[in-house]
Design a protein around this ligand. Structure first.
Ligand code: FE2
Length: 328
């Protein structure tokens, strides 16, 4: 994806404060939120959007010269990676302690979650009974042989899901699960969630794993009537407990304006800012289920309660386990 630089307000006044935001999110409505923040605080936001991993690399290379004060990334494992590379600095903030649940922030204060995303089982009821699946473990059932569509091992979403199962069930059981589940896969593996949803709806397979916001986008007609009709054929199963991941942000190690950066993060984590940030991409806010009518239609889930930090710390082990057990 091309880099896009957007500024929230007209500059010109010498006393104006501005901050640089590098963001792995890319939703038009995010920009409206940054504009709201500028209107409220007078702090201008210079936004650079690019893929998460290239932003991490860019920050590393820029070192002390970086224009970024805030780094926004998608997925716990990436936030952990950025902090382990010493690209983020700790912040102390009573507002963040109030807004962000303990398990959705770094214990050292280097990043906080801003939205929650849930990876669910999606079923084509013409091929697989939704009632036959209650947990991620059920995807290993040999009755699903040839009926399972999966995104590939490179997907950080799948890596975090596997990390969650390693933490909850232990490595040995998680390994057996991945091995049996990958034996059910209808190949080829997918490189993104949207084509996987289309494959499910067209009957290429009967069951798959996706983040709810991808289905929500299709149900909302964001990619046209044909996709909406496909999405309507599918049924969401929230595994119990459900794997919850985050998008989140931290102040960069070499921020020129860390106080203004903290103000932006506090705004995005607040109930008002957080609502807009979540709804931009049909994600769940930090607390509760939010007001997105499409998500509401999917029902409620019980989160597994794991910490995002734990997910990040098991990322490498998860990738190894996937690699050794047939997840292409
Ligand atoms: Fe995504």
């Amino acid at each position: 994806m091309a880099l896009g630089l957007i500024t929230t307000g007209a500059s010109g006044h010498a006393e104006e404060v501005s901050i640089g935001v590098y963001s792995g999110r890319h939703y038009n409505t995010d920009q409206k939120l940054y504009q709201q923040f500028t209107a409220k605080t007078g702090i201008q936001v210079k936004l650079l959007e690019a893929k998460d991993d290239s932003l991490i690399e860019r920050l590393r290379q820029e070192g002390t010269n970086t224009a970024a004060d805030v780094l926004v990334l998608v997925d716990a494992a990436r936030l952990e990676r950025a902090s382990s590379l010493d690209l983020l600095q700790p912040a102390r903030s009573a507002a963040l302690l109030r807004s962000v649940p303990l398990n959705l922030r770094d214990s050292k204060g280097r990043w906080v979650g801003l939205t929650r995303r849930v990876r669910v089982v999606l079923v084509n009821p013409a091929l697989v009974k939704a009632a036959s699946i209650r947990t991620y473990g059920d995807l290993a059932n040999p009755a699903l042989k040839g009926k399972l569509c999966l995104r590939d091992r490179k997907s950080v979403y799948n890596q975090s899901l596997v990390a969650s199962q390693m933490i909850l069930r232990g490595d040995a059981q998680a390994q057996r699960w991945v091995k049996a589940m990958t034996a059910n896969v209808s190949q080829p593996y997918f490189s993104s969630d949207i084509p996987l949803i289309r494959a499910l709806a067209s009957g290429q397979c009967g069951v798959g794993l996706v983040n709810t916001y991808y289905l929500a986008r299709l149900l909302n007609g964001e990619s046209g009537a044909a996709d909406r009709a496909l999405a309507r054929k599918l049924q969401v199963v929230f595994p119990n407990p459900a794997h919850v991941n985050i998008s989140g942000a931290g102040i960069t190690r070499h921020a020129k304006n860390p106080q203004a950066a903290l103000k932006l993060i506090e705004f995005l984590a607040s109930p008002v800012g957080g609502k807009g940030y979540a709804e931009a991409n049909h994600e769940y806010p930090l607390k509760g289920y939010g007001d997105d009518p499409i998500l509401k239609g999917m029902g409620h889930f019980k989160a597994d309660g794991l910490s995002a930090e734990q997910l990040g710390s098991r990322n490498r082990a998860a990738v190894k386990l996937m690699e050794a057990n047939g997840w292409l």
